[in-house]
Write a protein that binds this ligand. Structure first.
Ligand code: DGT
Ligand code: CA
Ligand code: ZN
Length: 579
């Protein structure tokens, strides 16, 4: 059967887009787009026209276009389209959904910045790379970021900080009501997961006040849609696109409800199983003796429920069903790292490369955050797209930091670099220059698509350099944006341990890399974790908080954390690493 005209029109349009996406001739792209438009408004007998070989009689359709259309009409496919589609990374098609971003610009972004997914594009915008790209600029960069937000609005999961902002807002709306006795954020947010599906809130109030609270909740000014409005449970969608569920329970039920809705489901199932073994029934309404379901055991807080079950309190971050119940039963939960244990941090970018702050700005922020030291690590020379430092510039920066430390009290500034790990695994400066630094974070930023073996070798080669202090964002993943690259991380982490190289926990909310699920395996073998904000503006240094959340999810203790060391010990640690 011949292909209908409407399909032909769509394919011609797709061709125009694909030609531009692949960097083909823009005039050719336009001729496909024009042909699509002309055919769409063609009112004659299309089948007869094609059958009589009359396509070229239409203005703008020459021999070659006519042949393409004929191919499609007869075979239902256009081979060139299929070919082009195979050549173009799928992420570029996703970018077409971003308002204001056309195929030609997407091609430029892809070829100039090596950006192939929406996640990478967002990251590049945040690092100010589009603003510097010819034909783009700051305004377009802002629009693109806005466009990405729109695309994300209804995507399934969001990053932790975005959900947290909305949850904090809702909590303040609810807590301001005099009828609300207690209000807590539960769910994956309370467990500090890296991405969040929806916000869960638990409130206690007198039964007679529940409907008033619900009313206020679904009417709050940021509600875009009321999904459900009940007496005990309501769901809304906020103007940010995130869904939020509220449960109102009576004060006596608070602990059980909070525990239940904090989850995780896997954790709940294990704890409920233990309750059953001990002759109890545990659900979202309370803890009940199995033989007397009318008389709940009185528990004001979660720790009392855990205690009744012979368990020590399990912090929400650990409630993932990964051995925490058993460890708690044996009273062997780890002493988790807390924010106040973090004495300093590394990996802050400055104006020397693609960051926003000066050395002095960063020192001030470090002081505000209570750090004893902060490590500067700009991009190295290979990272030209990110303003990587030529050796002379790095020397100037070293000089400025030395002068700063000599003149200023307050946090000590440590001199470092985020050195690219080049394709062959070498670092980005000669040994003499690297030896002038206090620390070297080595990271992979380009050629991410190597096969597993080559990538592993590349990382192993980098680690053989005596100047290397830490492996930056070890897997290269971008949350909701890019998968980790392939490598034998078992081997990589073992080598890091052998050489005294720390593993970075990159606390940028789009990275949170090393993944928390991997932390425990690495530290149990002796790895040391270094929590770094990878900040590109002084204010982003507080992202260390997100890193601490993830660290706790990975059962990390202060003794396994490099930046829990005070300044003196840090200096010793770093000296041990120098050439
Ligand atoms: P997400 O996907 O980021 O929203 O993750 P959660 O953990 O917040 O999941 P959500 O919102 O579906 O449910 C909140 C909590 O409610 C969950 O962590 C545990 C509890 N829960 C939900 N469904 C079940 C279930 O079928 N069984 C059990 N035991 N608990 C459940
Ligand atoms: Ca949730
Ligand atoms: Zn980096």
């Amino acid at each position: 059967m011949a292909t209908p005209k409407s399909v032909i029109v769509d394919v011609l349009r797709d061709m125009a887009v694909l030609i531009e996406l692949s960097g083909g001739n823009p005039f050719r792209a336009r001729s496909f787009a024009n042909a699509a438009r002309t055919l769409e408004s063609y009112r004659g007998d299309f089948a007869a026209l094609v059958a009589s070989n009359g396509l070229t009689s239409i203005k703008g359709i020459g021999d070659s276009l006519s042949a393409k259309i004929l191919e499609l009409w007869q075979t239902g496919a256009m081979s060139e389209l299929e070919e082009l589609r195979k050549q173009i990374p799928p992420g570029l098609f996703d970018m077409l959904r971003i308002p204001g971003l056309g195929p030609k610009r997407i091609h430029t972004i892809h070829t100039e910045l090596g950006v192939a997914t929406i996640g990478e594009l967002e990251y590049a915008c945040q690092e100010n790379r589009l603003a510097l790209l010819a034909g783009f600029g700051a305004k377009l960069q802002t629009n693109i970021l806005e466009g990405i937000r729109t695309v994300r609005l209804y995507s399934a999961r969001v990053l932790y900080p975005k959900a947290l902002r909305d949850a904090v807002h809702l909590k303040s709306v609810l807590s301001a009501m005099s009828e609300v006795v207690r209000c807590e954020v539960a769910g994956s947010l309370r467990r500090r997961r890296e991405t969040i599906k929806d916000i869960d809130l638990v409130v206690t109030a007198r039964a007679s006040d529940a409907s008033l609270i619900m009313h206020h909740f679904v009417q709050n000014e940021r509600v875009a849609e009321i999904i459900a409005h009940g007496e005990r449970k309501s769901s809304i969608r906020l103007d940010s696109g995130i869904q939020a569920d509220l449960r109102v329970v009576e004060p006596g039920q608070f602990a059980a409800a909070l525990m239940y809705f904090t989850g995780s489901k896997e954790h709940n199932i294990e704890v409920r199983g233990r309750a059953q073994q001990l002759g109890y029934k545990l659900n979202e309404y309370g803890l009940f003796p199995a033989d007397d379901p009318e008389a709940p055991v009185s528990c004001a807080n979660e720790d009392e429920i855990y205690a009744a079950l012979g368990l020590s309190y399990i912090p929400p971050e650990l409630r993932e069903g990964r051995g925490e119940v058993e460890a708690s039963a044996q009273h062997q939960l780890p002493v988790l790292l807390r924010r106040e244990d973090v004495r300093g941090t590394f990996h802050v970018h400055t104006q020397y490369s693609d960051g926003e702050g000066t050395i002095a700005d960063i020192a001030r922020m470090a002081e505000q955050l209570g750090f004893e030291y902060v490590g500067i690590a700009d991009h190295s020379q290979s990272a030209a797209y990110a303003g990587g430092l030529k050796p002379e510039r790095l020397l100037e920066q070293i000089d400025e930091i030395d002068r700063h430390n000599a003149a200023q009290r307050g946090p000590r500034i440590l001199k470092g670099i985020e050195s690219d790990i080049r394709q062959d695994g070498t670092l980005d400066y000669d040994d003499d220059l690297l030896a002038k630094l206090d620390f070297v974070i080595a990271s992979i930023h380009s050629s991410l698509k190597m096969d597993r073996e080559t990538m592993t070798r590349r990382l192993m080669t980098a680690m053989s350099h005596p100047a290397m202090t830490a492996l930056g964002h070890p897997t290269g993943r971008l949350l909701l944006g890019r998968e980790p690259y392939e490598a034998d991380f078992q081997q990589v982490y073992a080598e890091a341990i052998r050489r005294g190289i720390a593993i970075e926990l990159n606390a940028h909310p789009m990275r949170l890399d090393i993944d928390w699920r991997e932390i425990r395996a690495a530290t149990e073998c002796g790895a040391k974790i270094m929590i770094n904000p990878d900040a590109h503006a002084p204010a982003d240094m507080s992202d260390v908080d997100f890193g601490v959340g993830i660290a706790r999810k990975g059962w990390l203790t202060p003794t396994q954390t490099v930046n829990a060391l005070p300044l003196e010990a840090i200096s010793q640690f770093l000296k041990g690493k120098k050439i």
